[in-house]
Design a protein around this ligand. Structure first.
Ligand code: CA
Length: 74
């Protein structure tokens, strides 16, 4: 899953991905569901990514939470 920096009006600021996240195994449907919000109240948004078939053999699923402060560190 690639994430691109965007403006407040939904425009894409760069065609180069700002961040690329991958699942733990092929076929895990990583990114099949996602949401975002400030889960811990620190003012930075978290990204929550579901992997419907995390173990690659189903029916195990997993949810990954990427904390805002960790997402774009160099
Ligand atoms: Ca937060």
């Amino acid at each position: 899953m690639s994430i691109f920096a965007g403006g407040t009006e939904g425009s894409v600021l760069s065609t180069d991905a700002s961040l690329t996240l991958t699942g733990r195994s092929s076929g895990d449907i990583f990114g099949g569901s996602l949401t975002a919000g400030d889960l811990d109240g620190d003012g930075l948004g978290e990204l929550v990514v579901g992997a419907q078939n995390d173990d690659g053999a189903g029916p195990t699923s997993a949810v990954f939470v990427y904390f805002g402060a960790d997402l774009f560190e160099p």
